[in-house]
Ligand binder design. Sequence first.
Ligand code: G1P
Ligand code: ZN
Length: 543
Amino acid sequence: MQVTTVQTTPIEGQKPGTSGLRKKTRVFMGRHYLENFVQSIFDGIGGAAGKTFVLGGDGRFFNKRAAQVIMRMAAANGASRVIVGQNALLSTPAASHLIRLNRTDGGIIMSASHNPGGEDEDFGVKFNMANGGPAPENVTNAMFDRTKSITAYKMLEAQDVDISKVGEKSLGDLRVTVVDPVADYADLMETLFDFDAIRQLIAGGFSISFDAMCAITGPYAKEILEKRLGAPDGTVVHGTPLPDFGGMHPDPNPTWAHELMDRMNGPNAPDFGAASDGDGDRNMIVGRNIYVSPSDSLAVLAANGHLAPGYRAGLAGVARSMPTSTAADRVAEKMGMAHYETPTGWKFFGNLMDDGRVTLCGEESFGTGSDHVREKDGLWAVLLWLNILAVRKLSVAEMLQDHWATYGRNYYSRHDFEAIETDKADALMNALRKRVETLPGETFGDRKVSAADDYAYTDPVDGSLSNHQGIRVIFDDGARFVIRLSGTGTSGATMRLYLEALETDPARFDQDPQDALADIIASAHEIAQIKTHTGRERPDVMT
Ligand code: G1P
Ligand code: ZN
């Protein structure tokens, strides 16, 4: 088999965002597009020679084709071994686990996460490091720099490798190990949770509905919930991964997982509902007639995580992304646990976990995880909830009431304004950035601004600095709003407005979050001049 060096020229816009490079699938399928980026990944990490990588994706359109190209390029670049999921499938957390389990030099994950899939939708590629976590900014910057100067990539001339069956294959000098995408991950879950207790809960009639949204978690959820934990067939719905996710938008939030929401709010609702996203790292938790906001979920897991065997020794600490509500901080303070605030994106948690500072991490964007891998993990969160409910013998609604009674309720919501013209979004951010300097001391409604800034983060482990991570405006009673632009969108700009207010009066725990936050919402619109800049008055999605 022959290695050819293919001449190419840089392609604009190959800058990895919050979570790898995401583009329209047709863009990725364009001439040299995938190849340029993959070569830049290899070059950005100092070459692939002699290295071992994990490879897999969420099954979306172009996943299998891309996997073959990546394997041929890995072979041509001298990699020694690729561990690939059968049929090129791997959830993001399972890929992270396989990297750690096999002590590989990293992994390439093909996914655009919660973005819709299909020929006319989105595709993505990201690189994870040897610790199993997303590449940090200095590495993604090196990759991006390479995309701007690339002149050639290496390709092995070869037929496709058959990855439809588990086993050892070869591609030139590259060893290709095809693995069951589910087995190792499911085994890991058994080491963390009390499967007997959850099995008993289910056997006692506790009913579950898990919506895999025609994406990657279907096979994982069927194996774990239905096979290993004995939940009845049909517990997992939309359980077969499809290249276009069956036309679903695999983002587990009340808007996109509305079928699950209807079931949970309808007659004969199950006791527990959950959904996961395209690549299996997100989760939404719902009880009968009650929705658990991701920020509250993180706080509940922080307060009760030690009830699961894998965390019996207690949590070292908890970290949340800056826009995530401060509910988890309140738990940490009360329990004497360390707590950290980081910029948006899972990559910022890696150092804290590697350094043993935190066990549990979470984001308001339906992401929760622990140091069992270095990605957020949808099914893991579902299992931890089930383990906790099995021990505490409470319903989801009772868990939340109990939690709020102890810590207060952090009302929370995120408003997304999608597909805004980029220059308008930038103008809003620039104006707001200037405005924050003079905001402290000003009064809006009943509240006075106590602090406002353009959030910057210094990593306490390696000292690296990340600027411009979102504008936050904090009021004197702790209420706040944050505005930042999305780093994962693929058309125009998405502006995210995050809103939070703390309520400690139990008589006021049953408000609709939008009502409880109405004043903050109005102040945010006034301060950021959202309508003037964007023409928008109402968000496209509220979570
Ligand atoms: C979004 C979420 C962020 C998450 C990321 C990857 O990024 O807001 O919390 O880590 O997806 O799942 P954004 O589009 O806001 O940059
Ligand atoms: Zn995802």
